[in-house]
Each structure stands twice: as C-alpha cells, then as structure tokens.
Design a protein around this ligand. Structure first.
Ligand code: HEM
Length: 231
C-alpha cells in the first residue's frame, strides 16, 4: 500500500489530515477577519472594495483560494469519517463513564459543531462569495478606476435581521469548534510539551473567543449602523 493510501486509511493519518487542514483554515480565518474589518471604516467602502478587488485578481491569492476550498472539503469529509468511525468503534459506551470529568463538551461534539459551521458557510458563500463572483454586482469608482461594490452587497446582506442572527449563532458554534480544534491540532501534529502545551491551550482559548466574537461583531455593527443606532 502506498503511504498516501496508508495515511488515508489509518486513524492517526486521518487525524493528521484534519489537524493540518485545520491549522491552514485557522490562518485563513485571521487573514479573512483582517480584510473584513475594513467594512467598519467610515469611508463609504473604499478600503473594503479595494481589498476585495486585490484578493479577486491577484494570481497567488486565487491559487491559495483553490487550496482553501480543497482543504475545507478535505477537513469536512475526513472529519465526518473520523466521527462516524469513533461512534462505530464504541456503539454502547463504557459501563463506567463520566465524560464530563475527562473531556470538554466541545471535544465530544465536534461532529455537531462542524456541521453548524458548514451550514453557515453554505449560506455565507451563497450570500457574498457567489454573488461577488457570478452575480450582477453594482460598480463604483475611486480615482477614475472601477471596482465591484461588494461593500454595498455586504451592507445589504447585513441589513437582513435573520442573516445577522445566523452569523451570530454560527460564530458561537465556530467558537466551540475552535476551542477544541486549536489545541487539539497542535497535539496531533506532535507539538506536545510540558512547558508549551498549556501556553498553546490558553492561546487557543483566547483565539476561539476573540476571532468568532470579532466576526460576529461586524454584521451586528453594520446592522445597527443601518438602523441608525450607530452614527
Ligand atoms: C463578518 C463576517 C464575514 C464577512 C463580512 C465575510 C465576507 C466575505 C466576502 C465578502 C467574501 C467574498 C470575497 C470575494 O469574493 O472576494 C467571503 C468569502 C469567503 N468567506 Fe467570508 N466573511 C465573514 C465570515 C466568514 C467566516 C467566519 C468564515 C469561515 C468560517 C468565512 C469563510 C469564507 C470563505 C471560505 C470564503 C471564500 C474565500 C475564497 O474565495 O477563497 N467567512 N467572505
């Protein structure tokens, strides 16, 4: 059997794939958040539209985007496979089992938290990414150059109460998913050390709260701004 087939069929190999793709997606989240924070600037959308334009035309970013989508798919499929295999391996459960005492709720429910993030992603990509790539987007102009007005599309989307609510609820799901996934990924790739593991755990915890909170704050801020709660 080739090493690729061996990796894909062994549990540890699959865990490694989920961990490595997860670490890549964590990096994506940071970059995506920094870009999206441009939506909060009071400049009529210039910074955000110029950023989105750069991301849309740069060949390196386009290549990374294909890798990103492929890794989301891989993370999902292999993650679901691992969850199913874990359940099949122990359908009845231990006679003496107090899971609350030796594992977190998030670690036992990654198979639920992952699909919550997936539902969010499908709605999110349909509302913004699909429209930006294949939809009829209004244009705007800065200094004589034309840009897609993705800022306007995003502001329109974040004027819809149920969509804003979905973003907020999904970010709670993402926070729990990351609260286990972050430190667990480092463990799986072998970064286990008596001195550094607690640091990774605490950095992961801070990350899993701050990043989803910032993502959730953006649609809430935009919604309130459009409802004239914020000037
Ligand atoms: C305030 C929250 C968010 C906003 C305003 C936002 C905005 C956007 C926009 C405008 C695009 C299309 C960009 C383009 O076509 O150039 C996009 C793409 C995308 N978003 Fe988000 N996003 C948010 C949160 C998230 C979160 C939390 C995730 C993941 C859990 C996510 C995952 C993605 C992915 C995977 C893409 C496609 C990226 C690619 O082309 O490679 N987004 N987002």
């Amino acid at each position: 059997m080739s090493w690729i087939a061996q990796t894909l069929t062994s549990t540890i190999g699959r865990k490694l794939l989920v961990a490595l793709s997860g670490l890549f997606l964590i990096t994506f989240l940071v970059i995506h958040l920094i870009g999206n924070l441009q939506l909060l600037q009071n400049d009529g959308g210039e910074a955000f539209n110029k950023y989105a334009h750069f991301m849309g035309v740069n060949p390196l970013i386009q290549t990374i985007s294909i890798v990103n989508f492929s890794l989301i798919l891989l993370h999902m499929v292999v993650g679901i496979g691992l969850t199913i295999r874990n359940r099949q391996a122990r359908p009845v459960g231990y006679a003496y089992s107090r899971p609350q005492e030796n594992s977190t709720w998030a670690s036992r429910n990654m198979g639920l938290l992952g699909p919550i993030v997936l539902v969010f992603l499908v709605v999110h990509l349909r509302a913004l990414w699909w429209r930006s790539k294949f939809g009829d987007i209004p244009m705007t102009s800065y200094g004589g150059d034309d840009y897609k007005d993705l800022y306007r599309i995003t502001y329109e989307a974040f004027g819809i109460p149920w969509l804003v609510a979905l973003y907020v609820v999904s970010m709670v799901g993402l926070a729990f998913h990351l609260s286990h996934g972050f430190a667990s990924a480092f463990q799986t790739v072998g970064w286990r050390h008596p001195k550094y593991s607690p640091v990774i755990y605490h950095v992961g915890l801070a990350f899993s709260i701050l990043v989803p909170a910032a993502f959730a704050a953006i649609p809430v801020f935009v919604f309130l701004k459009q409802s004239s709660w914020i000037n």
